[in-house]
Design a protein around this ligand. Structure first.
Ligand code: NAP
Ligand code: G4F
Length: 323
């Protein structure tokens, strides 16, 4: 049986990826960082918490990564672990650099030293494009990160490319644009909005405070995007791919879709709060997924309307059963 190791298995993408790998017959191992309170709620939500093997370890501790690889004996390693919230990366720039940036190098070194035949996937990000140098971003667009998170991701991206070119590792970097789901962290704007829509509709919240609602993002569904990660590691040669929908929408219009779904007008509830502005903003992201489509045969299946509907429905169900 083929085995895979996922760092960040307790996160949104880790949980969806674990599910599709289990469906494909993999033995799935996950690196789990020690926390004071349980972090397996997403695996429980997808009904797979008893089907994955969790190994204690941390991306900032290379010895724990070597141990995890020795235990799991994976054919594929997916590095999804990171401090992934852009907003927090200004308050915790060093911690972000250590997990989101140096963590990648730790995984690459552990692979190189324990078993260089392992195939490696790095969760790179459209946040690396930052202050965009081209109106539509592809694999050849220059990078210009705008946050400590973006800078850390760029380090991880180039290390992945460098280890591929230096040591012939099968190392791929997926440059994924924003992707969301009902198990998205509550601090990210889509989930913050869908949770608030459910609470307002059910009389448990009065307003929704947001920052820059003119920012534009290319939003897709996480369940679609993990397929692209797996496909990258099944190819004849390692490469880098942009994964996106090819459509961009303002936060404002995303709010409109979410409030409309429950028959409310977002303008009656959204309050602009400068506390949510960022020191440097990424104003617009719009990806060109042509390479992923042509080589991987991948394309986004879920529209933004369908995604937001799915998230609002899940939050209505969740909020209505809360005490
Ligand atoms: P997420 O929900 O925030 O999950 C992050 C995961 O990383 C969690 O399992 C977290 O563990 C783990 N983690 C954090 N620090 C760690 C450390 N020091 N050692 C080990 N594990 C650690 O993120 P996501 O949305 O699933 O994203 C997955 C990856 O894709 C991340 O690298 C993210 O930066 C990248 N990415 C995401 C998007 C997107 O739109 N979602 C787009 C581009 C790239 P805990 O549960 O214990 O906190
Ligand atoms: O949902 P966000 O926090 O996502 P952001 O910053 O684009 O980062 C996400 O996508 C990246 C890929 O491009 C990933 F690499 C990263 O890990 C993460 O998953 O914010 C989206 C936009 C921003 O422009 C932000 O300023 O929404 C704007 N926004 C406006 N009000 C808000 C808020 N964002 C948040 N989180 N909260 C607000 O109240």
């Amino acid at each position: 049986m083929k085995s895979a190791l996922i760092t960040g298995i307790t996160g949104q993408d880790g949980a969806y990826l674990a599910k599709i790998l289990l469906e494909r017959g993999y033995q799935v191992y996950g690196l789990m960082a020690r926390r004071a309170t349980p972090t397996t709620w997403r695996l429980q939500y997808l009904g797979i918490d008893n089907e994955v093997e969790l190994i204690n370890g941390d991306l900032t501790d290379v010895a724990s990564l070597m141990r995890a690889i020795q235990l799991a004996k994976p054919a594929e390693v997916y590095n999804l672990g990171a401090q992934s919230f852009v907003g927090a990366s200004w308050q915790q720039a060093i911690a972000t650099a250590q997990s989101t940036g140096m963590g990648v190098l730790h995984v690459l070194e552990a692979i190189r030293q324990v078993n260089p035949d392992i195939r490696f996937y790095q969760a790179s990000s459209s946040e690396m494009f930052g202050k965009v140098c081209e109106p539509i971003q592809s694999e050849t667009t220059p990078f210009y990160p705008r946050s400590p998170y973006g800078v850390a991701k760029l380090f991880g991206h180039w290390m992945t490319v460098n280890y591929r070119e230096s040591f012939d590792l099968f190392a791929c970097s997926g440059i994924l644009f924003n992707h969301e789901s009902p198990i998205r962290g509550i601090e990210f704007v889509t989930r913050k909005v869908t949770d608030a829509v459910a609470r307002i509709k059910l009389g448990k919240q009065k307003e929704l405070r947001l920052g820059n609602i003119d920012a534009k993002r290319d939003w897709g569904y996480a369940g679609d995007y993990v397929e692209a990660m797996w496909l990258m590691l099944q190819q004849g040669k390692p490469d880098d791919y942009v994964v996106a929908t090819g459509r961009t929408t303002t936060v404002r219009d995303m709010c409109r879709i979410a409030f409309d779904y429950v028959g409310l007008n977002y303008e009656d509830y959204v309050v602009i709060d400068p506390a949510f502005y960022r020191p440097a903003e990424v104003e617009i992201l719009l990806g060109n997924p042509a390479k992923a489509q042509n080589i991987l045969g991948w394309q986004a299946k879920t529209t933004l309307d369908a995604l937001i509907t799915m998230m609002v429905e899940a939050d209505l169900a969740r909020v209505s059963t809360e005490n």
